[in-house]
Design a protein around this ligand. Structure first.
Ligand code: ASP
Length: 334
């Protein structure tokens, strides 16, 4: 029988309606799971670890490090890892783990639920059982299972705050579909030979969404701050204003100051192409880096990882930003 390490980090999954206020409060996850889901022992030998118990909005990079360390320490003892996590910040943790656990050769699956396990009609039950089952398969990726599908974690986006199909990966096919059978796709990465663990993140990253009327004067503070990299969510294939309220002088100043400006898209599907329009070409000439088909989340976390790995080396960050680490970017469109 396969051995799975089940790591709890918090979120709605384990919460209980606390009388008399009905405010959701953390519950004893181990008792909760064995009480509600005794059948998991039929799928695998499951050991429990409680990393922390937080609403995922409170998760910080040091929590990613803690989680990565638990996996690294227990790596050779288990066939796979399942992480119970709040849905809100799940994609950020998934991106971080995918960059931390390079050369992975076993599954690390994050899951959670929209409704607590202890409530009727909860999605927690099927999400956890399917995740444990998937973690017994040969899926050497950091992935998210939710609803019906398994997604590459660093390609996923949370698309619904209420639906039981809360995630999607617009720019990459699902890794598996769970119905009557478990159907694994051909898009799963091959496993690495040896785990190489990286746990340095630097949070000197900022992000904003461009909109018509955005006054670039409000962005000047970034040039004079200790921020080192900015992810701009641009329009379509990567367009920003170049006439009235032009963003170009700001990108030029950022580049001159040795700071990184990455261009992502507000569109969920497709990729950045800074050669297609004059707006894009000017961004590129000013030093903007196209994020290809990376999600804005993956771009932010990748910059945090690169800033931690190559401190004070903007050229190294520029050179490495478009190189895939864990399938977060499609090679053919770089
Ligand atoms: N606020 C919760 C969290 O992300 C929501 C959830 O678990 O779905 O931790």
């Amino acid at each position: 029988m396969k051995k799975i390490c089940l790591i709890h980090t918090g979120g709605t999954f384990g919460m209980m309606p606390a009388e008399p206020t009905h405010v959701l409060a953390p519950a004893d996850i181990r008792n909760l799971i064995t009480g509600y889901l005794p059948e998991i022992e039929k799928i695998a030998q499951v050991d429990f670890e409680v990393a922390f118990n937080l609403d995922s909005a409170n998760i910080q990079p040091h929590h990613w490090q803690l989680l990565g360390n638990i996996i690294q320490k227990n790596y050779s003892n288990y066939d796979g890892f399942v992480i119970i996590h709040g849905t809100d910040a799940m994609v950020y943790t998934a991106c971080a783990l995918s960059f931390m656990l390079q050369g992975l050769n076993k599954p690390v699956i994050l899951t959670g639920s929209q409704r607590p396990l202890a409530l009727i009609r909860s999605d927690a039950r099927s999400n956890l059982i399917n995740s444990i089952e998937l973690a017994t398969h040969d899926i050497p990726e950091v992935a998210i299972f939710f609803g019906t599908y398994l997604f590459r974690g660093n390609r996923a986006v949370k698309i619904s705050s209420t639906s039981y199909e809360a995630f999607a990966s617009p720019n990459y096919p699902e890794l598996a579909e769970v119905g009557l059978d478990i159907l694994l796709s051909d898009y799963i990465l091959s496993g690495g030979d040896k785990l190489i663990f990286h746990d340095r993140f630097k949070n000197s990253v900022f992000s904003f969404r461009f909109f018509p009327g955005l006054n670039p004067d409000f962005l000047d503070f970034i040039i004079h701050s200790s921020l080192e990299a900015v992810v701009v969510e641009a329009l379509g294939v990567g367009n920003l204003a170049i006439l009235e309220n032009s963003i170009i002088p700001w990108i030029e100043s950022m580049t001159k100051a040795g700071k990184i400006v990455v261009i992502c898209s507000q569109s969920a599907y497709g990729y950045i192409d800074l050669e297609l329009y004059e707006c894009g070409r000017k961004i590129s000439d000013a030093g903007g880096i196209p994020a290809a088909d990376m999600t804005p989340t993956a771009a932010i976390v990748k910059l945090m990882y690169l800033l931690g790995t190559y401190p004070q080396q903007p050229d190294e960050i520029r050179n490495n930003f478009l190189k895939p680490i864990a399938g977060e970017i499609s090679e053919k469109i770089n």
